[in-house]
Design a protein around this ligand. Structure first.
Ligand code: PRT
Ligand code: ZN
Length: 296
């Protein structure tokens, strides 16, 4: 393949919890995904990239082998894969902030639990045997890990294992099955992964362009532009309160000596509590506006 003919290959989940968010992220980065008949692959019309739609479990393999340059997958799936293949040629290029969940060990609500030592000699059913074994090994606990590919929460009732280790977001599934979380093994969110397999110069340049667009989208997601007025003596208190703002712009207000306009990009969510605190600190005419595009 010649360098100028090179297109990037991206692996996304075909359907499931990450599928819509993954496509939306690419759209937000300005990529127009061609609506085709083929639901396994799609071309990006305005950027040299092709998308492959696969099971999330296959994404680390494709990226590690260099079949795909990038992929979007949950950290839970990535970590399970990497623990099984420590030489995997994959790096995390960005944390994406969606698909948040935690991998937790749970026990029947009525069972006694006095800390991780309670797990010694017990059986734990999970779809993530490498992660659970690693968690136990780090604590010097010997337990029996049983792999199940689904319906893990049924294991205690079926007599397969008294403990389970499964993903939890709201906790409703655990509750519905009479289980309670006792340990958090991993906090997870979707990540953009990138191959470390040799990909040629054309791919490196394209990858850089894609990353710079995605970083722009991620930076603006929670970012807000905040404007307010304040008197000179309140400035220090106010700028200390601005969440994630590095260097606010401070401009004198025309016709109001000793008063200033403060403009800042806040790289974190701006909550009502923050606005109230700003007001109490002496800010007035506070305006918070979304940022559409940003290139860092
Ligand atoms: O078909 P494919 O293999 O691609 O998809 P999948 O069925 O393996 O995965 P999918 O789409 O269910 O999840 C994809 C990724 O989303 C996971 O690998 C996690 O990184 C992330 N994620 C976020 C979750 C959850 N939240 C989640 N709640 N994955 C699974 N769950 C399960 C949870 O285990 C429970 O059974 O959803 C159920 C509801 O959870 P509660 O706690 O809200 O009741
Ligand atoms: Zn899966």
């Amino acid at each position: 393949m010649t360098a100028d003919a090179r297109r990037l290959h991206l692996a996304l989940q075909k359907s499931g919890r990450l599928a819509d968010y993954s496509r939306q992220l690419l759209r937000d980065a300005g990529l127009r995904i061609q609506d085709g008949k083929n639901d396994l692959a799609a071309r990006v019309e305005n950027f040299p990239a092709d998308l492959m739609f696969v099971r999330d479990d296959d994404i680390p393999t494709f990226v590690g082998d260099g079949v795909c340059d990038f992929g979007i997958v949950g950290e839970n799936v990535l970590r399970e894969f990497v623990l099984g293949r420590p030489d995997a040629r994959i790096e995390v290029a960005a944390r994406l902030g969606f698909g948040r969940c935690s991998l937790r060990i749970a026990a029947p609500e009525t069972a006694r639990y006095d800390g991780a030592e309670t797990l010694a000699g017990a059986r734990i059913a999970t779809s993530y045997p490498f992660i659970v074994r690693d968690f136990l090994a780090r604590r010097g606990i010997a337990a029996d890990v049983v792999k199940m590919s689904g319906a893990v929460e049924l294991a205690p009732r079926l007599g397969i294992a008294p403990f389970v280790c499964d993903l939890v977001s709201t906790g409703a599934t655990l509750e519905a099955n009479g289980l309670r979380a006792v340990e958090t093994v991993l906090e997870s969110e979707a990540v953009l992964i990138r191959t470390l397999a040799p990909a040629g110069e054309g791919a490196a340049a394209l990858g850089g362009q894609l990353m710079s667009r995605l970083e722009g989208v991620l930076a603006t997601r929670d970012s807000k532009y905040i404007m307010l007025n304040a008197s000179g003596e309140a400035l220090k208190r106010i700028t200390d309160l601005l969440p994630g703002a590095e260097a606010p712009t401070i401009l004198p207000l025309h016709g109001r000596p000793g008063h200033f306009a403060v403009h800042a990009v806040c790289q974190e969510s701006v909550f009502w509590e923050t606005l109230q605190a700003l007001k109490q600190a002496g800010a007035s005419a506070i305006l918070v506006v979304p940022i559409e595009k940003m290139m860092l």
